[in-house]
Design a protein around this ligand. Structure first.
Ligand code: NAD
Length: 288
């Protein structure tokens, strides 16, 4: 199979496929590779003769450009599986392009981060035909622990951006609630003990607590080294707002979360920090 985009996520995913016995031919413009993965000189060369081509790329514009090169080089009946997080329109566009050429397509963005990519424990949220999903499923089983078929092409990306809009908004409000609790004189551990077992609980509080030394191990315990970088959260919140605008959906909480992360990444010290570093940001501020 071909694997295009061997970065932080794609590298370990390609390695896991190779370790499971697949012949994997990779291509990355940065010249990166992964253990057990053969290197091709071009995207087209990585795709020739492949039954599956997997892409793990930074954004939709790059996916479209790579698809323009890769799809014509693929053999009839092969399936393109895009695991990148991109806009819904790009996923639908590439899906339609593949269908016109007699190729299968699955959009399959992931949750689980670099740890999940290395450990083969990613969750895939997918869109595409039943046949393409069924064909790709054995590969999802190697790279991940769960794959949900959400609907036609683009449905995986729709699920991903809705999930991450909830995540961004809940992390922001969890961080501001800790900062409020501090100022009310409430101990952070007590705050966690109450909220994690009360109706304010969430993944942001219970599994990824933004307060250092409280709750399970999280990036907060490692000086907010990502983890999930604030700029990646900003990217995903931007995608959800772009999608909301396209379909005329009212998403004010998501819009505010995007604004907060834009401020944090572009004008404050959020770049290169975990997205839960919103807590020290709020703790250092007053109302104005
Ligand atoms: P990354 O920047 O480490 O990897 C992207 C790779 O694509 C790079 O190695 C780059 O050189 C390569 N690339 C760029 N243009 C190319 C082209 N035209 N042809 C071939 N290769 C090209 O990013 P990543 O962290 O691996 O993320 C990849 C995707 O996964 C993104 O869409 C991201 O939003 C998503 N994602 C990342 C995480 C995470 O925690 N890192 C979690 C979930 C989803």
């Amino acid at each position: 199979m071909g694997f295009i985009g061997l970065g932080n996520m794609g590298g370990p995913m390609a390695h896991n496929l190779a370790a499971a016995g697949h012949t994997v031919v990779g291509f990355d413009t940065a010249g990166t590779t992964a253990e057990g993965v053969a290197v091709a000189e071009t995207a087209q060369a990585a795709c020739a003769d492949a039954d599956f081509v997997i892409t793990m790329l930074p954004n939709g514009a790059i996916l479209r450009a790579v698809a323009d090169q890769a799809l014509p080089a693929m053999k009839s009946g092969a399936v393109l599986i895009d695991c990148s997080t991109v806009d819904v329109d790009s996923a639908r566009h590439v899906g339609a392009q593949a269908a016109e050429m007699g190729l299968g397509f699955v959009d399959a963005p992931v949750s689980g981060g670099v740890g999940g990519a290395s450990g083969g424990t990613l969750t895939f949220m997918t869109g595409g035909s039943d046949a393409a999903f069924a064909a790709a499923s054995p590969l999802f089983d190697i790279m991940g622990q769960k794959a949900v078929h959400c609907g036609e092409a683009g449905a995986g990306q729709a699920a991903k951006i809705c999930n991450n809009m909830i995540l961004g908004a809940t992390m922001a409000v969890t961080c501001e609630a800790f900062a409020l609790a501090d100022k009310l004189g409430l101990d952070r551990q007590k705050m966690f003990d109450v909220v994690s077992t009360s109706s304010g609980y969430s993944w942001s509080m219970n599994a990824y607590c933004p307060a250092p030394g409280v709750g399970p191990q999280s990036p907060a315990d490692n000086d907010y080294t990502p983890g999930f970088a604030a700029e990646l959260m900003l990217k995903d919140l931007g995608l959800s707002q772009q999608a909301a605008k396209a379909v005329d959906a009212d998403t004010p909480m998501g819009a505010l979360a995007r604004e907060l992360y834009a401020e944090f990444v572009e004008n404050e010290d959020g770049k290169g920090r975990d997205f839960s570093a919103m807590l020290p940001r709020f703790a250092a501020r007053g109302r104005d």
